[in-house]
Design a protein around this ligand. Structure first.
Ligand SMILES: *[C@@H]1O[C@H](CO)[C@@H](O)[C@H](O)[C@H]1NC(C)=O
Ligand SMILES: *[C@@H]1O[C@H](CO)[C@@H](O)[C@H](O)[C@H]1NC(C)=O
Ligand SMILES: *[C@@H]1O[C@H](CO)[C@@H](O)[C@H](O)[C@H]1NC(C)=O
Length: 438
């Protein structure tokens, strides 16, 4: 019990009474906590009974993520949601714009703000249609992150934080980085019941230099390199219906004995939104798209052991590429078991069933990309970089860039994905002309 108590004392609480509540929960040995709601509250605020499933080892990645903070925060989060609205302290991230990678990047950033300031983390998701909710696609693995309507309405007690930069460029002296890099997050807006963020960058890496939080994060067992993956694995798990969309690939990628190489070829938002679905006829040519596949071949050559099954998992907004890859490279390329709906998560098809399927496809593919051993990804996309970070692998990423960006690094079309040519953590997470992941 002693060690649990010391974990408790390292997560700040916005209100002293929660110390007692959380300590009491941690002292009891039960694996689920439920408290009855107190009546008489405005119905659009949430005060409810929340089941907390404690997973003692912090899930399958426990060894990389530390143990202890997960359970402590799950209990704190549940205790906040169960308390009276006026005593709650919430941190909400608005996820209304941008694609999946950028949205999850913002979610992870605000999650760390919530964790370090002792607030309940909430997601206010706006999808392509009202049915396309986040909860329709992902399970609330350890905390109930779905924001209630009343929790994001403006008015007294709500602090709105607009860190949305129009061109997505967050210079190192931008306010988000200043706060995350050097402020005591518990002292930011302490009286606001709800802090609502609109943000289009990640600022997690900065926290590991923040004098108020650095020690705490390291003590918990988190590292800059694992922070994104650990948060994603803690917050989300794909729903059964979501994995169903990619069932055969999922089964193949679960094989611990196979060599699994992920290939993410991203054409871009413009392609996804303006071209009719499914008629991308790009070729796997030598100078351009062939580079992703040659890279995968080289990685395979570097790491394959005789007799080992090899799977290539291809994710692309040009769905036909998978079939072209099979023609060229054979059946190690995993094919989808059904027609996937490849659309941008902000783009409404006018058919809500299809919108939900598109969202399930995007989440499922990103999750599966994060199950691979190596990731050959596209530079101009946070989708692949986030999946690579979720894999909690290191020396696993090879980024395909524009010829100009390759030349800046002294590379040309014959540059090879050898063991030593991987992209390091800074390349994957931080050095990026557009939205940073960390
Ligand atoms: C941060 O602020 C909180 C609330 O004011 C305080 O309890 C805590 O000690 C501060 N942390 C550090 C490291 O100064
Ligand atoms: C809506 O989309 C679903 C899934 O793609 C499809 O089965 C259904 O036929 C579509 N409905 C209409 C009215 O087009
Ligand atoms: C690519 O670069 C390598 C070494 O930097 C060089 O030897 C090779 O000739 C270049 N190839 C092309 C096609 O420019």
């Amino acid at each position: 019990m002693r060690s649990k108590m010391s974990w408790t004392s390292t997560i700040p609480r916005s209100q002293a009474w929660l110390t007692v509540a959380v300590a009491a929960m941690l002292l009891s040995t039960q694996h689920s906590v439920s408290a009855s709601a107190t009546g008489g509250l405005a119905s659009d605020h949430r005060t409810k009974s929340v089941k907390v499933k404690t997973r003692r080892l912090g899930g399958r990645h426990g060894a990389h993520c530390g143990q202890g903070w997960q359970d402590t925060y799950s209990h704190l989060h549940a205790a906040i949601l169960e308390s009276e609205a006026s005593r709650q302290r919430l941190a909400v991230v608005n996820l209304h714009r941008n694609g999946l990678g950028d949205r999850l990047t913002a979610a992870v950033t605000v999650f760390y703000y919530a964790l370090l300031s002792g607030r309940a983390f909430q997601i206010n998701w706006r999808g392509a249609s009202t049915e396309a909710t986040l909860a329709a696609v992902m399970e609330k693995a350890n905390v109930d992150w779905e924001a209630a309507r009343g929790d994001v309405a403006g008015g007294g007690g709500t602090q709105y934080v607009d860190w949305w930069l129009i061109d997505g460029h967050h210079p190192p002296d931008a306010m988000d980085f200043k706060v995350f890099g050097g402020a005591n997050l518990s002292d930011m807006w302490p009286d606001a019941r709800t802090v609502v963020f609109d943000i289009n960058t990640g600022a997690v890496d900065k926290l590991f230099y923040n004098p108020y939080h650095r020690q705490q994060l390291f003590t918990w067992g988190l590292r800059p390199e694992t922070a994104v993956g650990c948060a994603l694995n803690y917050l989300f798990r794909p729903r059964r219906e979501t994995l169903e969309v990619v069932r055969e690939s999922y089964e193949a990628l679960r094989n611990p004995d196979a060599l699994k190489i992920g290939i993410q070829v991203r054409m871009g938002d413009a392609w996804l939104q303006h071209k009719p679905n499914g008629v991308c006829d790009r070729k796997i040519d030598y100078d351009d798209l062939g580079r992703w596949f040659r890279c995968a071949s080289k990685v395979e050559q570097e790491y394959k052991v005789e007799g080992m099954p090899v799977h290539w998992y291809v994710v692309s907004d040009c769905p036909a590429l998978r079939y072209k890859a099979v023609e060229k490279y054979g059946l190690k390329v995993l094919l989808p078991s059904r027609e996937l709906v490849t659309e941008h998560v902000t783009f409404s098809t006018g058919n809500s069933t299809k919108d939900v399927l598109a969202m399930r496809t995007a989440f499922a593919e990103q999750w599966l990309l994060g199950m691979t051993d190596f990731q050959v990804i596209t530079e101009e996309s946070s989708f692949g970089r986030l999946a690579a970070l979720r894999s909690l692998r290191f020396r696993s990423v090879y980024t395909m860039r524009s010829p100009a960006a390759m030349a800046e690094r002294g590379r040309n079309v014959s540059w090879e994905c050898t063991r030593s040519n991987f992209d390091n953590f800074e390349e994957v997470a931080i050095n990026h002309p557009w939205v940073k992941v960390l």
